[in-house]
Design a protein around this ligand. Structure first.
Ligand code: PEP
Ligand code: MN
Length: 340
């Protein structure tokens, strides 16, 4: 980190910073400019940096302390320069490929999930999604079928061979869901539920972490580091749109985050245009844009009867619309050197 002294700081302010750095085991390098003095802190234990930075900021004559290394490490490209691949069952998410996770927002009935699973498999999806536990904005909305839904999802996997992705909302559910699901999704509303992130990192299954709709990419990456620190690097990031002043769509699809993440981390990134735009007819163009922007996969909500869906009907594609979208995804993917 670099300690920038204020223009009116005095020599003993500089001396005090140097003394504190020494006590904490840091070396230092002082650079005296015409206007101000800058002190570079050298070689310190990683985990203490943030604390020390805060303490130094409180000293007299210190204007600000600038960290040099990123606050995430295990998931950074510095740590692992090559883009990585994460498998959800037999579905691949990584360079050269586009994985497609499709299925209903919620698992509602046996017939509904089986029918959807057959349709998305037929159209070329590589994984099946479905919420058994639903994080609904209102406590009076359909909350999901719980573990019964999970069993139905597993039955759909049995029949179609598609690996399954489902959301975990609570630390107490992690082990039981991990026994069945091929990948655990942590939703936007839980992105900063740190206990859940740590527990998920230990469960032995790949984790898909969705972006909190009010979170910056930096906060998202730090949340991801919690999962990695828990013990796994089988993590997929999912951009699902953020809240902005725009109200023509449900959220705003942040495509630039795909490029930023590519620069910052080796972990695969998938895009969820369904939740981002919230309107079925707008899902295909944004799905294609995400693939063109370099997403390693997509998450698309599909329902056999969107007009009867218990959650997220307005943004769900019919099986026919999904099949047509899959054709277009193949063409865009091919144009940028990926297969589906
Ligand atoms: C979902 O995938 O159905 C969901 C609830 O997504 P998000 O957490 O992104 O809102
Ligand atoms: Mn949904």
């Amino acid at each position: 980190m670099i300690i920038v002294m204020s223009p009116d700081s005095r020599e003993d302010d500089v001396a005090l910073v140097v003394e504190r750095l020494g006590e904490r085991g840091y070396g230092h390098h002082i650079s005296r400019g015409e206007q101000r003095t800058i002190i570079g802190a050298i070689g310190a234990p990683d985990h203490e940096k943030e604390v020390v930075a805060g303490q130094l900021t409180a000293l007299p004559g210190v204007e600000r302390v600038v960290p040099i290394l990123k606050p995430y490490k295990l998931i950074s490209r510095e740590y692992n320069p090559q883009p990585g691949t994460v498998m959800i069952g037999n579905a691949r998410f990584g360079p050269g490929h586009v994985g497609v996770i499709a299925g209903p927002c919620s698992i509602e009935t046996r017939e509904q999930i089986l029918q959807t699973a057959r349709a998305v498999k037929e159209a070329g999806a590589t994984a099946l999604r479905g919420g058994a536990f639903k994080p609904r904005t209102s406590p009076y909305s359909f909350q999901g079928l719980g573990y019964e839904g999970l069993e139905l999802l597993a039955e759909a996997r049995e029949e179609t061979g598609l690996p399954i992705v489902t959301e975990v909302m609570d630390v107490r559910q992690v082990d039981r869901i991990a026994e069945v699901a091929d990948c655990l999704q942590i939703g936007a509303r839980n992105m900063q539920n740190y206990d859940l992130l740590k527990e998920a990192g230990r469960c032995g299954r790949p984790i898909m972490l969705k972006r909190g709709f009010s979170s910056t990419v930096g906060e998202w990456l730090r949340a991801t580091e919690y999962i990695a620190a828990g013990g796994t690097l089988d993590i997929i990031l999912c951009e699902r749109g953020i809240r902005t002043f725009e109200d023509a769509t449900r959220f705003t699809m942040d495509l630039s985050s795909i490029a930023v993440l590519r620069r910052e981390t080796f972990l695969p990134v998938v895009a969820d245009p369904s939740h981002a735009v919230g309107i079925a007819s707008l899902v295909p163009p944004m799905a294609l844009a995400a693939v063109a922007a370099g997403a390693d996969g997509l998450l698309i909500e599909v329902h056999p009867r969107p007009d009867q869906a218990l959650s997220d009907g307005p943004q769900s594609l019919t099986p026919a619309a999904f099949a047509e979208l899959m054709q277009q995804i193949r063409r865009v993917a091919e144009a940028i050197g990926r297969d589906v």
